[in-house]
Every structure is written in C-alpha cells, then in structure tokens.
Design a binder for this molecule. Structure first.
Ligand code: HEC
Length: 177
C-alpha cells in the first residue's frame, strides 16, 4: 500500500516535471530567438478571435449606414479588413478564401458606402452575409450562421450622427501616427 502511494507520488512528480518542460518550450522571454518567436506566434489570435471582431464591425457598419453615419460605416469595414489581415497571417491556409471574400463582397459594399447609397448597401450587405455563411459551411462550420441582430454591438456609439465617407480612408492613419 505504502509502495503504491510512493509510486503515485513519483508519477505525479514526473508529470509535473514534464508539464513544466512543456511550458518551458513556450516562453516568450527565454530560449533561443526561434523558440521565443514560436512562443509568440502560438499566442497570436486565430480565426475564432478574429471573427468575433470581424462580425462586430460588419454588424456596426450596417447600423452606421442605416443611420446615415457613412464615415463610421466606412471606418468599420476598413477596420474589418485590417483584422482580416491578422487572420490571413496567423491562418495562412484560409488567406485565399478571406481575400476572395473581401474582393467579391466587401469591396462592392465599400463602393455603396462611398456612394452613400442605402438601397445598394442593403443589397450588397445581404449578398455578403451569404458569403460569410458560405465560407463557414465550406470550412466545416455550418453551425456558425451570421444573422443581423436588432441592435448594433457598440451601442454606445452614435450611429445616427450624419457623416460622409472620407475620400481617402487611410488619411491620418499612417503607421506610428
Ligand atoms: C475563410 C472563410 C470565412 C469568411 C469569408 C468568413 N468567416 Fe467567419 N469564420 C470562419 C471560420 C473558419 C470560423 C471558425 C474559426 C475557428 O475555427 O477558429 C469562423 C467563425 C466566425 C464566427 C464565430 C466566432 C466565435 O468564435 O465566436 C463569427 C461570428 C463569424 N465567423 C462571422 C463572420 C462574418 C460576419 C463574416 C462575413 C462578414 C465571416 N465570418 C466571414 C471563416 C470565415
């Protein structure tokens, strides 16, 4: 009996050591530069995390366009494509699909925003929703079906503030500024 307890204790110690060794391999401060870069890469946001922001911005672009806050709608789609780029880098296997979606659906949606055309926006938004859900089905996530909620996600923003889209949306957003 005592022997069994001793073996169990040794077993736990071994497991704890192995666990520690495994943790050690994922240390952003210690190890070779390559090990540290690998550790950093392993904690970058994957598509699940990226998609939460993507969906929120896409939703808020809708409410902004509806409220006549075209500058905000443009900003939300621009930021959505920026977080999309993070997904393209951390999940390169999905980069082609994401780029394809952007050019097929988000570019035309952006044109509707630039034209401040609510009717056109709605048509293109609906088309984009089909694109979102088509990609979910194609990537083995048919249970993730985007539907427009009743309210915007960032309900604290004034979606009815009237504004125009910028001629150059990148203006004032250069790196480091
Ligand atoms: C590459 C094709 C692709 C496109 C295009 C795409 N998604 Fe996704 N989306 C995914 C994948 C893959 C997941 C599951 C992520 C995972 O497995 O980590 C996902 C997950 C999600 C989730 C669930 C996030 C969570 O974890 O709670 C939401 C919300 C979402 N997508 C919204 C959207 C919206 C809105 C659009 C369109 C504007 C869109 N997606 C376009 C591939 C895509």
């Amino acid at each position: 009996m005592r022997k069994q307890v001793a073996y169990a204790a040794i077993g736990l110690l071994v497991l704890a050591f192995l666990g520690f060794a495994a943790e050690k391999a994922r240390d952003i401060y210690n190890g070779t530069l390559e090990q540290r870069v690998d550790a950093l890469a392993s904690i970058q946001p994957g598509l699940g995390t990226v998609m939460i922001e993507y969906g929120n911005r896409f939703t808020d672009a809708y409410f902004a366009a509806k409220g006549g806050n075209w500058g905000l709608a443009q900003y939300q789609i621009k930021e959505a494509t920026e977080i999309q780029e993070v997904g393209e880098i951390t999940r390169p296997g999905k980069a082609g699909l994401l780029k394809g979606f952007e050019h097929t659906y988000l570019d035309p949606l952006m044109e509707a925003i630039e034209a401040q055309d609510w009717t056109l926006f709605q048509e293109r938004f609906d088309a984009a929703v089909n694109g979102c859900n088509g990609c979910h089905a194609a990537t083995g996530h048919p249970y993730i079906k985007y539907t427009l909620p009743e309210k915007p996600v960032e309900a604290y923003i004034d979606f009815n503030l009237k504004s125009k889209p910028k001629v150059n949306p990148e203006e004032g957003e250069e790196e480091g500024k």
